[in-house]
Each structure stands twice: as structure tokens, then as C-alpha cells.
Write a protein that binds this ligand. Structure first.
Ligand code: PEP
Length: 254
């Protein structure tokens, strides 16, 4: 039985005072009642050090939304895994569809980042998912398969214990149109089977696969009930303590 992991991707939201407000609110609402659910918040870079300070003594973990694959150097505007670690991060989201679509990230680049994150002791949350056009062309399975294979190229089975995969259909992100529990479960099962083929069934069974794409308090429970859905990567609904807490609570009861 895998524990549920709920992560909140704040995207480019919340300045320092808003970060303080949201995290204090979240700590009060979530309290000690996380049960077996692991909660991760991923604020923007500018809020990470403050968030780490505010989360001291809490079981809520900290993650970043992106990183570069070098420790330091002439890479204007980039942030390194070493910097993320020193700011208090344990997790890092890699290959989010907004990074792929808006910033042109490829599977090859994402793979470099995954390797560097692992080597630096950060736990990557690797995002994959098809566009609406790809779903309509019935090539979801091929797209997701090539994204998973591309992102995990040369990753050892030992390292797989430190990776989370987030299946996020692009057409469901920020649109209010979530995948049905069955649509999501089908792709999650495909990913687990693929990991079983690439590694072995022990690795596949342990892998946490989160669903992301318009997860809200009113649809979280049904999604999280599916046997291959081990958590959620939440965008919009994590920006308010109330809705994020309700999603966490849904994970606690399934
Ligand atoms: C996301 O950003 O990963 C996401 C799933 O966003 P939303 O929940 O707003 O669809």
C-alpha cells in the first residue's frame, strides 16, 4: 500500500507577505491531522527561504517548481539544485507542461535535470501528459510513454525510489476540466506497467504516481480512490488554505 502525496504547485503566485499568510493558514488548518498523507508545497523561488522558516517544526515539506542542471556559473536567471537545497527544498517539480510549452523544455533537458536533482539529493516530481490534440488523435499512450522514457533515460532502479511521476493531461491544467477518474486511472496504470517493463515490478509497485489537472475539493476523493492514483499535484486549488486542506483530507480518508 502506497502512502498518498499531495503537492501544491503555486506557480507564479504569492509574494512574501502572501506566502506568510497562506502557510500560516495552512499550518493551522492542516494541524497535525495529516495521517499517512505527505504534503508538499512548491512556492516560487523568491518565497522558498521564507517558506522553509515558516515550515520549521511542521510535517509539510518544501519543493521548488524548476531548477537548472548545473550547481553554479554563467546561467543568468537560473537557479541551481545546490541553491534549492540551501533554501530548504527536498523536492523539485521538473518538466511541468508549462515549462515544456512556454519555455520549450524537451525530454532531453528534463532528463538532465532529473539526473542532477537526484545527484544533488533532491526528489524530483517528473510531470508528463498529453495535449488535447494528442488525446483526440488517440496517441496519449505513445506521448506519455515517450515522455516517461525520455525523462528517465539512464536512471537506475535504486534512483527510482526517489522519483515521483505526476500525470498531468495538459488539457486539464487550469481549465477546470479534470480527467475522469477512469481516464486518469487508465494512464496511471499504463505508466506503472511501463515502469515495470523498464525496471521491474517491485520498482513499479513502489512508484508514487500523482494526478494533476484541475483537482478540486469536489473531485479529489473520486480521483484518489483509484488504485493507481497515489496523490495529486494541485495548481489553482492550492492557493487557498481551505481548498488545499480539503483535498489533503480527501487523501486521508481513501
Ligand atoms: C498544475 O499546475 O500542475 C495543475 C495541475 O494546475 P491546476 O490544478 O490549476 O489545473
Amino acid at each position: 500500500m502506497r502512502n498518498k502525496i499531495i503537492a501544491g504547485n503555486w506557480k507564479m503566485n504569492k509574494d512574501l507577505s502572501e506566502t506568510k499568510g497562506l502557510l500560516n493558514d495552512l499550518k493551522t488548518k492542516v494541524g497535525a491531522g495529516l495521517g499517512g498523507v505527505q504534503v508538499i508545497v512548491c512556492p516560487p523561488f523568491t518565497s522558498l527561504a521564507l517558506a522553509a522558516e515558516l515550515l520549521k517544526g511542521s510535517t509539510i515539506k518544501l519543493g521548488a517548481q524548476n531548477m537548472y542542471f548545473e550547481d553554479e556559473g554563467a546561467f543568468t536567471g537560473e537557479v541551481s539544485p545546490k541553491m534549492l537545497k540551501s533554501a530548504g527544498c527536498e523536492y523539485v517539480i521538473l518538466g511541468h507542461s508549462e515549462r515544456r510549452q512556454i519555455f520549450g523544455e524537451t525530454n532531453e533537458l528534463i532528463n538532465k535535470k532529473v539526473k542532477k536533482a537526484l545527484a544533488s539529493g533532491l526528489l524530483p516530481i517528473v510531470c508528463v501528459g498529453e495535449t488535447l490534440d494528442e488525446r483526440e488523435k488517440n496517441i496519449t499512450d505513445q506521448v506519455v510513454t515517450s515522455q516517461v522514457k525520455g525523462a528517465l533515460r539512464e536512471i537506475s532502479s535504486a534512483d527510482m525510489e526517489n522519483i515521483i511521476i505526476a500525470y498531468e493531461p495538459v488539457w486539464a491544467i487550469g481549465t477546470g476540466k479534470n480527467a475522469t477518474p477512469q481516464q486518469a486511472e487508465d494512464v496511471h496504470r499504463l505508466i506503472r506497467k511501463l515502469i515495470g517493463q523498464m525496471y521491474n515490478w517491485t520498482v513499479a509497485e513502489k512508484l508514487i504516481i500523482q494526478y494533476g489537472g484541475s483537482v478540486k475539493p469536489d473531485n479529489a476523493a473520486e480521483l484518489l480512490k483509484q488504485s493507481n492514483i497515489d496523490g495529486a499535484l494541485v495548481g489553482g486549488a492550492c492557493l487557498k488554505a481551505d481548498s488545499f486542506t480539503q483535498i489533503i483530507q480527501s487523501a486521508n480518508v481513501v
